[in-house]
Write a protein that binds this ligand. Structure first.
Ligand code: TYC
Length: 279
């Protein structure tokens, strides 16, 4: 069990079953104020290697990283999964998407890990969380040990714009995901935030080359592992290939049967890939 300093606001010791169910270590939930916002995170493991898991759009530690919090090696890693401001249990504030929202998330993520007293840490970022992780690694080369991203993109193309608009209306989402989101957020917040996200990410299409963080990729100095699902219907594969080409020394792995949620659908394979790369 990690020690909670006084500034930590412990919400609950999230032990839904006996600690042994979690491989001998519990998953705790807490909030800590970072950049004026009480950020919620889950934490587990007692390894020397600290890792931050970064969820995707509208995602949270709870919705996006169950199998990683449960099954990643807790002797090797100390695992933190965060809810970015406006997502999950980091509400208020309500989520908004100013032009620098990815930079803001990157700053919050790094400042959270520093507030938790981790000197150096690795980043595992999915989709929007992958974009955030790329920016954080580029801007803080001395703090980031290793980087794993999947379902991520450094640009927004015309093809992406079409895909974004196809999910703007949440009634078109799969029943299962919609239900999960509505349980977390309620229908109105979910629907409104999804629309705001589409508008927010679409802003990048107006920039030269649809740039989100292309210009930062050459600044990434840490070992970087890019994973992509061969059947990802949301993020076209050329995005992963672009990242691989522009991040020096990076490794690219294609999971042929993987879709966008490959770390959930193929959790065991994903966890092993990530752990082998990190260790
Ligand atoms: N980037 C989103 C995420 O963070 C996923 C997404 C990608 C949604 C492309 C729609 O057209 C889309 N999970």
């Amino acid at each position: 069990m990690f020690h909670l300093a006084t500034e930590h606001w412990l919400l609950l010791q999230a032990m839904s079953c006996h600690p042994l169910c979690w491989g001998g270590t519990s998953i705790t939930s807490a909030k800590i104020k970072v950049n004026g916002v009480p950020l919620h995170y889950k934490q587990t493991g007692q390894g020397d290697h600290a890792v931050l898991l970064l969820p995707g759009m509208l995602g949270s530690s709870q919705s996006d990283f169950g199998p990683q919090l449960k099954s990643m090696n807790k002797q090797l890693f100390t695992i933190v999964a965060w809810d970015p401001r406006g997502y999950g249990h980091s509400i208020p504030p309500a989520r908004d998407f100013p032009p620098d929202f990815f930079e803001r998330d990157a700053r919050d993520a790094v400042d959270l890990m520093q507030a938790l007293k981790f000197k150096k840490f690795s980043l595992l970022g999915w989709s929007d969380g992958g974009i955030t992780a790329l920016i954080a690694a580029a801007k803080h080369p001395t703090l980031i040990h290793k980087l794993v991203v999947w379902g991520a993109n450094a640009t927004v193309t015309q093809e992406d714009l079409k895909l974004y608009n196809a999910i703007r209306d949440v009634s078109k989402w799969s029943e299962k995901i919609r239900k999960q989101m509505e349980e977390m957020y309620g229908h109105e917040y979910f629907a409104k935030t999804c629309e705001a996200w589409v508008d927010g990410i679409s802003q990048f299409a107006d920039k030269p080359d649809g740039n989100i963080c292309q210009h930062l990729l050459p600044h990434i100095k840490c070992p970087t592992f890019i994973i992509h699902g061969g059947k990802d219907p949301l993020v076209p594969q050329f995005h992963a290939e672009y990242l691989h080409k522009h991040i020096k020394g990076s490794r690219l792995f294609l999971m042929p049967e993987g879709k966008h949620n490959l770390h959930l659908r193929f959790a065991e394979e994903f966890n092993k890939l990530a752990e082998d790369f990190l260790r």
